[in-house]
Structure formats: structure tokens, C-alpha cells
Design a binder for this molecule. Structure first.
Ligand SMILES: Cc1cc2nc3c(=O)[nH]c(=O)nc-3n(C[C@H](O)[C@H](O)[C@H](O)COP(=O)(O)OP(=O)(O)OC[C@H]3O[C@@H](n4cnc5c(N)ncnc54)[C@H](O)[C@@H]3O)c2cc1C
Length: 236
């Protein structure tokens, strides 16, 4: 794995606890990676003599090589997310990468289904952008689970993407919507149960907590056989 020096070129608060951080690469000035791969930061952890390593997916597409985007949520007391949330525009940082076997494959004519919970959308966003750049014929669908209205982000970007690319569609579902929500409610597993009649022409990419990955895998298996690629962010 290569080491990179970078400068924080842009910070955007997407929700009360989710932030987009854009890194401009300084040395080397660009990176080659596959959509879905991650980079790692070594960060200090209180009470430990040595730093700990935390991986973060690249949310931007591989065609953008000089700047990469991270999308992450703040975990109370967590060394990795607190380190990254502590960076300011202009801050310098270093990371290693790219790494990871969760990346966009070529599954021929199979339609693509992406399923995320929370910031698990990050590598899928990179993959969706890369796939739409390929201009191939397969349909691209994203099912994304968030908790409630205050957790929504990227919705405008996804709507614009769907308008520009008729073969792309997405559904954001809220598991605990506040009153007044007129969109889809419930878990992503229910969406798959209800809206995916068969998986035989699908390749599926899952990213998020272990519970969602386990449940969605079981629902998909009950519908048939297809390639399923998974990235587990944490155990829940
Ligand atoms: C390959 C890979 C890629 C990742 N990419 C991203 C990414 O793009 N964006 C991102 O936000 N996170 C990502 N993560 C999770 C990230 O690496 C850290 O685990 C997370 O930021 C928490 O680290 P921490 O040091 O702040 O807290 P820790 O002290 O390590 O975490 C404390 C606990 O918080 C819980 N937790 C961890 N991650 C989350 C989360 N995202 N949401 C809710 N609870 C959590 C877990 O139960 C964990 O044990 C990725 C993980 C992996 C394995």
C-alpha cells in the first residue's frame, strides 16, 4: 500500500452527524483505485501507546484522481471519526491505500443492485458513478436505509443522477420516520422482499452494519442465486 499526503480541500456537514471531507492529494498528486476500495488512517487512541488504523471508503469515482471524497459519521468517543471530524479546511493529513476486495466487478449483463445502510452508501456512490460513466446497458438500483428525516443527505445529488441516467433509480427508506414523512418507510430488507421478484439476473453489493448484511443476504438467498459482494463496516 502506498502512503499519501493530502490537504483537506472541502468540508461539508451533510447532517447532524455525517460529514463529507474532500482531500486534495499533495504527494503523490493522484491515486489509482477501483470503485469501492478504501484508504486507511493511523490515529492516536487514548490510553494506547501505538496508533490504531481506521479504514474509510472512497466515495468519489476512480476517474477523479487528484481529489477524493470521504463520507463518514461521528461515533462518540471513537478515535478514527473524531480525528477526521477534527480536521479543518487546509489541514494536512496522511493515509495509506488503496485497499480492499469490495470493488465494482464486471458481471456481464447482470443488472446491479446496491444496498446500503447509513454511511455504507460511500463506496456504493463511487461504484454507481463509475458504472454510469461506463454507459452500459444494465440497470443500476440503490436501496438506502437511514433512520429518520434528519439523517437524510445526498438526496438531491441522487435525484439529479436519476434524471441524467434513466437506467439509474434509487429508493431511500427510513426505519424510524418522524410524523409527516411521505416517502418510503421500513427496512431495506422489506424493500428487497417486496420489490425484487427474482435475483437471477442481478449482481448485488451490500455495505453497512453486520445485521443488515446478514438479513439482506438471507432474503436474497431465499430468492435464488446471484453474485453478492459485501463490505461490513461494524458489528451491530
Ligand atoms: C472497509 C471499511 C470501510 C469503512 N468506510 C467507512 C466510511 O466510508 N464511512 C464511515 O462512516 N465509516 C466507515 N467505516 C467504519 C470506520 O472504519 C470506523 O469503524 C468508524 O469511523 C468508527 O471508528 P472510530 O475509531 O471513530 O470508533 P470506534 O471506537 O472504532 O467504534 C466504536 C463502535 O462504534 C460502532 N461503529 C463503527 N462504525 C460505525 C458507524 N459508521 N456507524 C455507527 N456505529 C459505528 C461500532 O460498534 C464500533 O465498535 C469503514 C469500515 C471498514 C471496515
Amino acid at each position: 500500500m502506498q502512503q499519501f499526503a493530502a490537504e483537506v480541500s472541502r468540508i461539508q456537514d451533510l447532517t447532524h452527524d455525517v460529514r463529507a471531507i474532500e482531500l486534495r492529494l499533495l504527494e503523490p498528486i493522484d491515486i489509482t483505485f477501483k470503485a469501492g476500495q478504501f484508504i486507511s488512517f493511523e490515529v492516536p487512541k487514548e490510553g494506547l501507546p501505538r496508533p490504531v488504523t481506521r479504514p474509510y471508503s472512497i466515495a468519489s469515482p476512480p476517474s477523479q484522481r487528484g481529489r477524493i471524497l470521504l463520507i463518514l459519521n461521528l461515533v462518540q468517543g471513537g478515535p478514527g471519526s473524531n480525528y477526521l471530524f477534527g480536521l479543518r479546511e487546509g489541514s494536512r493529513t496522511v493515509f495509506k491505500g488503496p485497499a480492499g476486495a469490495f470493488y465494482l466487478r464486471d458481471d456481464g449483463a447482470r443488472d446491479l443492485l446496491f444496498v446500503a445502510t447509513g454511511t455504507g452508501v460511500a463506496p456504493l456512490y463511487s461504484m454507481i458513478l463509475a458504472q454510469l460513466e461506463r454507459a452500459s446497458a444494465q440497470s443500476v438500483t440503490l436501496f438506502w436505509g437511514l433512520r429518520s428525516q434528519r439523517d437524510l443527505y445526498l438526496q438531491e445529488d441522487l435525484r439529479a443522477l436519476a434524471l441524467a441516467h434513466p437506467k439509474f433509480s434509487f429508493v431511500t427508506t427510513l426505519s424510524q420516520p418522524e410524523p409527516g414523512w411521505e416517502g418510503v418507510g421500513g427496512r431495506v430488507t422489506t424493500l428487497i422482499e417486496q420489490r425484487i421478484p427474482t435475483v437471477t439476473n442481478l449482481a448485488v453489493y451490500l455495505c453497512g452494519g453486520s445485521g443488515m448484511i446478514k438479513d439482506v443476504t438471507a432474503v436474497l438467498h431465499a430468492k435464488g442465486l446471484c453474485p453478492i459482494y459485501r463490505e461490513k463496516y461494524y458489528d451491530d
